[in-house]
Write a protein that binds this ligand. Structure first.
Ligand SMILES: [Fe+2]
Length: 538
């Protein structure tokens, strides 16, 4: 409660002056405390978003204004929109540029209501006739873990045509839970303080995440294309449950929780909604240049993760039973409907680049035996139950594509038959990865770039490892992996041209205070025709 009051007071001091001057006792004073955002750009459409904070309950009328210049000297388009508590006072408008703007032309938008004006947002649709595009790739933005300096750095660079968020846009944990160690001292205690479970919890948490200055700066700077991962719901979600959802009834029904999470997500994110609200896989095209397929590997059809501890017997780990279950062809990550859609889309037209924007690592990955890299006293408690599995040579992350090898084979088969080499973009791990993906025949099928987290802790934040030694060892033992970074937070910038793509990892220097300095950068070049990676050391 105290936090909400503080937020309101500071907003009145900064942007609510007009409302205070004109507002009488009975007037509904409107504030725009959560910024503006745009998203899901198509050739002629883009979603425009804001949220109002009214001084009294009831429906609110908001005026949208669009202009080709930042000062709004002439208004090109205006529209009266309505919102209410039914959608948590959020506003979403799918703007059709008609003959007002050209496809790909930058324009500005803002909202006003009872004398109060929102910040100004800058956005554009996806031009059909370009052969250059720059996109940012982000994942795992954890509010109590640190400031969203990666967003701020990207906003200040002011050169993205588009940014992708591959999931874990927000986290469900309570104060005292995951990544909250410094939350109190940096003023980022989760709101609500308890784990988010109900609709009101999910809404409140979304509101808090959109109070971060970096988040607001990037949202108003360029259009977003986002997909959810598990933490928009609860840790390790699958289609009928989640690791972090108690099945004893103490956290209610999982499906009710999932519906609440989905409703709040659609309210608070600038995403174009489909009839089935659980369905967020969708296509974005840039002329004949880029096909971007955003996938849902998380909750649409995913079967439950395999738990290696279930295969421990008195005589040891039952490898045969483990692999028989792991490789079962009926186990879904994408599921038939989504895979069928991918097949249909990749065979529909030809593009210079085919990109899969998705949540979890596709690269086949085994971790080195960490017991050989750590002193006994440096082994953290959370790691101990997993250590015995590292020496067995089984895949290290069964929540990723490695846990669903049959579905990965099906996807590779679809891509190979369509003659598509592709780029997979993944989040989830909090660390940076570059791999060359190979199919069951050993043929190179694609490139994968794993983007680091915005703020969630990485491998060497959680485990006291020699960073260089760990990175060298894991690259050596995994044939697909070319490079990884276990240490830094940041984001990825992809600069596409017709025959090559530059992938730049920007690592930020600071998390515990506002500072958007990029401390280091690592650049790779991906050549289209040969799917080859070139490294450039800076
Ligand atoms: Fe995450």
């Amino acid at each position: 409660m105290k936090r909400r009051q503080a937020l309101k007071i500071s907003s009145i001091a900064t942007i609510g002056l007009t409302a205070t001057v004109h507002g009488g006792c009975s007037k509904n004073n409107i504030l725009f405390n959560h910024g503006v955002a745009s998203g899901d750009p198509l050739a002629e459409r883009v979603i425009l978003w804001t949220r109002v904070t009214p001084s009294k309950p009831g429906p609110v009328k908001v005026n949208l204004e669009i202009s080709s210049d930042q000062n709004f000297t002439s208004i090109a388009f205006t529209k009266v929109l309505r919102t209410s508590s039914l959608v948590d006072y959020t506003i979403k408008y799918d703007f059709f540029i008609r003959n007002i703007f050209k496809s790909g032309q930058t324009f500005f938008y803002r909202f006003n209501a009872s004398g109060s004006v929102s910040e100004t947002g800058k956005t554009k649709t996806l031009a059909a006739d370009v052969n250059k595009i720059k996109m940012g790739v982000f994942s795992c933005s954890n509010f109590p873990a640190g400031f969203f300096n990666a967003y701020q750095a990207a906003a200040e660079a002011n050169d993205l045509d588009l940014w992708l968020h591959l999931g874990d846009y927000l986290y469900e944990y309570p104060m005292g839970g995951y990544a909250t160690t410094n939350a109190e001292s940096i003023g980022r205690v989760p709101s609500p303080k308890h784990e988010m479970i109900t609709l009101s919890d999910y809404r409140m948490r979304h509101a808090q995440y959109k109070s971060d200055a970096g988040s607001r700066a990037l949202h108003k700077n360029a259009p977003l294309v986002a997909v959810w991962d598990d933490h928009e719901f609860a840790n390790d979600t699958w289609k009928r449950g989640a690791e972090n959802h108690s099945m004893d009834g103490s956290e209610g029904d999982f499906f009710a929780r999932r519906s609440a999470a989905i409703k709040a997500y659609h309210e608070w994110m600038p995403i174009r909604e489909q009839e089935n609200k659980r369905k967020i896989f969708r296509e974005f095209k840039v002329g004949k240049f880029i096909q971007l397929l955003m996938l849902d590997t998380r909750q649409f059809q995913r079967d439950q993760q395999i738990q290696p501890q279930n295969y421990l017997t008195k005589s040891g780990f039952n490898q045969a039973s483990f692999y028989s279950d792991l490789n079962a062809t009926h186990r879904n990550l994408l599921g038939a409907e989504q895979l069928g859609w991918i097949k249909e889309r990749v065979n529909s037209e030809s593009f210079d680049w085919t990109i899969l924007g998705q949540q979890v690592l596709m690269t086949k990955l085994k971790f080195p035996d960490l017991t050989k890299m750590l002193k006994e006293e440096d082994i953290p408690e959370f790691l101990k139950p997993y250590l015995k599995f590292l020496g067995l040579g089984i895949p290290s992350n069964l929540d990723a594509w490695d846990g669903y090898p049959a579905d990965r084979n099906k996807l590779y088969d679809v891509m190979k038959k369509a003659n598509k080499s592709f780029i997979s973009l993944a989040g989830d791990t909090h660390n940076a990865w570059v791999s060359e993906l190979t199919d069951a025949q050993g043929d190179k099928i694609g490139i994968e770039l794993g983007t680091p987290s915005v703020s969630s802790p990485g491998i060497t934040d959680a485990i006291k490892l020699d960073k260089t030694k760990f990175a060298t060892e894991i690259v050596k033992m995994n044939s697909e992996l070319n490079w990884m970074d276990p240490e830094h937070r940041g984001y990825l910038v992809l600069d596409f041209s017709e025959d090559q793509m530059e992938a730049r990892f920007n690592f930020i220097s600071e998390l515990q205070k506002v500072d958007s300095t990029i401390a280091s950068t690592k650049i790779f070049k991906v050549l289209k025709n040969k799917l080859e990676i070139n490294t450039e050391k800076l």
